[in-house]
Design a protein around this ligand. Structure first.
Ligand SMILES: Nc1ncnc2c1ncn2[C@@H]1O[C@H](COP(=O)(O)OP(=O)(O)OP(=O)(O)O)[C@@H](O)[C@H]1O
Ligand SMILES: [Mg+2]
Length: 425
C-alpha cells in the first residue's frame, strides 16, 4: 500500500473517532481528491458544509470534487458560493496547507528543532485574539525517545497523560476526559522543560512556553490580561501544549500572597483552566515546578493540574547522553563516556552540562598555551570532576520533609520511593 493510502486510512480512522474534527476531515478530503476519489472526497466535504455552509476550504474542495465527478453544474454552484464569500478559488485543490510541519531549523539549542507551524484554513479564518504576537507557538520535533534514560518517568507519563490523550477509545472505556493538566516537579535542571517539549512533539502539538516569574514582573498589574492572552493564543493555535514554567511563582498558596494581584491572578488561571464550554479542547496544559508543595490546592483540583509526575535526576544512561550532547560540537577524542556516567552519580542535567563545559575550558586553556587545538580528552573530564559538584542536595534536603509528612493521598510517592532506593530517607 502506498504511503498516501496509508495516510488516508489513518485519517479515516481519526475522522471516525472524532467526526467533528474539521481540519482532519478537510485534510482527508484533499488527499482523496489527490488520489482521484471524487465521490468519497465529496462525502466528507458535504459533511463539512452541513456543519458550516461558509467553510471556504470545503467549498473550494467541493468545486474540484464535482468537476472530477463530471458534475459541472454543481461545481459551478459551489464556485459561485465560494466567490460570494470572497474566497479566491485556488488552482488545484491544495487550498488548505493543513499542519504541514516543515522548515526545520538545524542545530537549534537542546537538540530541539523548532518549526514554523502553518495554520489550517479554519484557523486562518478565525480572528486572531489580541496580544497574539507576544505568544510564539513553536513546533517541537523532540520526542520521548530523545529523553535519555528515565524509563520510569516516561512510562508514567505515557500511562497518566499521553496514553489517554492519544486513545479516545481507552479514554471512553475508563471514563477519562482530556481535561486537566500535568504538573512536572523535581530538582532543578533535571529535564522538566525538556520533557514538556517532548510531550508536545509526541502529540504533534505546538509548544507555548510561559515563564511565569518573568512575565509576572513584566506584567505587574496587568497579569490577568496576560494570562487570558496566553490561553487565547494557545486556543487559536491548537493543538498546543501550554507550558507554565515555574508555576509555583504564580500559584503559591493564595494565603501567602500579600497583595490582591496574586490572588486574582490565581483566580484567572483557574477560570481559564476550567475552560467554559470545553474551549480548551486541543490545549494541553503542562506545568513545572521545583516546589509543588507551595502550590495552591485549588490549582491541583480535578480538571486542573490534577496529575503530578516526579521528574527524577538523570540516571547513568541519561548522564552519558547529556555529556555526549554537550560535547557534540566541541572537538574531543577518546572519551570514555560510560566512565563519566558511572562517576557522576547525583549530578543533574544542568550539572552534567556544566561538567562538560568545564572540561572544554581545560582543553581550551591548553590550546591557548600550546597554540594548537587540543581536543577534550578523558583527563579534562577527570580534572573537571574535581571542581564541579552535584547541586541537588539542598533540594532533596527540603523535599524530604514534604515527602515524609505532607504526602496526603500519596502524591509524592514516587519521590519518596526514589529517595528510599537511594537511602536518602
Ligand atoms: N533525560 C535527559 N535526556 C537528555 N537530556 C536531558 C535529560 N535530562 C536533562 N537533560 C538536559 O539537561 C538540561 C536541563 O534540563 P531542563 O532545562 O529541562 O531542566 P528543568 O528540570 O526544566 O530545570 P529547571 O528546574 O531549572 O527549570 C537540558 O538542557 C537537557 O538537554
Ligand atoms: Mg525548566
Amino acid at each position: 500500500m502506498s504511503a498516501e493510502q496509508d495516510l488516508i486510512q489513518a485519517l479515516e480512522k481519526v475522522v471516525e473517532l472524532d467526526p467533528q474534527n474539521a481540519s482532519i476531515r478537510t485534510q482527508l478530503a484533499e488527499l482523496l481528491l489527490k488520489a482521484g476519489n471524487g465521490p468519497e472526497a465529496l462525502k466528507h466535504v458535504q459533511f463539512l458544509l452541513n456543519e458550516r455552509p461558509d467553510h471556504r476550504a470545503a467549498l473550494n474542495l467541493a468545486v474540484h470534487a464535482c468537476e472530477l465527478a463530471g458534475d459541472h453544474a454543481k461545481a459551478g454552484a459551489y464556485k459561485r458560493m465560494a466567490e460570494a464569500l470572497g474566497s479566491q478559488l485556488i488552482d488545484g485543490f491544495s487550498s488548505t496547507p493543513v499542519t504541514e510541519q516543515t522548515k526545520v531549523q538545524e542545530n537549534s539549542p537542546d537538540g530541539l528543532q523548532f518549526i514554523d507551524r502553518e495554520k489550517t484554513q479554519e484557523q486562518m479564518e478565525l480572528i486572531p485574539p489580541p496580544g497574539l504576537d507576544k505568544w510564539r507557538v513553536d513546533g517541537s520535533t523532540l520526542r520521548l525517545s530523545d529523553v535519555a534514560g528515565l524509563e520510569n518517568v516516561k512510562r508514567r507519563l505515557q500511562l497518566s497523560f499521553l496514553g489517554p490523550l492519544q486513545s479516545q477509545d481507552l479514554r471512553e472505556a475508563f471514563g477519562q476526559t482530556t481535561q486537566g493538566g500535568l504538573l512536572l516537579y523535581g530538582p532543578p535542571g533535571c529535564g522538566k522543560t525538556f520533557l514538556a517539549k517532548a510531550v508536545a512533539g509526541e502529540l504533534g502539538a505546538g509548544f507555548l512556553n510561559v515563564a511565569i516569574s518573568e512575565v509576572m514582573d513584566m506584567w505587574y498589574g496587568n497579569s490577568e490580561k496576560f494570562m487570558h492572552e496566553a490561553f487565547e493564543a494557545a486556543r487559536f493555535q491548537k493543538p498546543c501544549v501550554l507550558f507554565f514554567d515555574e508555576v509555583d511563582a504564580l500559584a503559591r498558596k493564595r494565603s501567602s500572597f500579600t497583595g490582591q494581584v496574586g490572588r486574582s491572578l490565581v483566580n484567572q488561571l483557574l477560570a481559564e483552566m476550567d475552560g467554559v464550554n470545553s474551549k480548551n479542547d486541543g490545549v494541553y496544559i503542562l506545568a513545572a515546578t521545583n516546589h509543588p508543595w507551595d502550590l495552591d490546592s485549588a490549582v491541583r483540583r480535578p480538571g486542573r493540574l490534577d496529575r503530578i509526575l516526579f521528574v527524577s535526576p538523570p540516571d547513568a544512561e541519561a548522564r552519558v547522553a547529556i555529556a555526549q550532547r554537550t560535547m557534540a560540537k566541541i572537538p574531543h577524542e577518546q572519551i570514555d563516556f560510560k566512565w563519566i556516567g558511572d562517576n557522576t552519580d547525583g549530578f543533574s542535567g544542568a550539572d552534567m552540562a556544566h561538567l562538560s563545559k568545564s572540561a572544554a575550558e581545560f582543553a581550551l586553556a591548553e590550546s591557548m598555551k600550546s597554540g594548537r587545538v587540543c581536543p577534550v580528552v578523558q583527563r579534562h573530564f577527570k580534572q573537571a570532576l574535581k571542581d564541579v559538584r552535584p547541586s541537588m542536595r539542598s533540594w532533596f534536603d527540603s523535599a524530604r520533609n514534604y515527602a515524609l509528612f505532607s504526602n496526603q493521598g500519596g502524591e509524592y510517592d514516587d519521590l519518596l520511593e526514589y529517595m528510599k532506593t537511594r537511602r536518602m530517607v
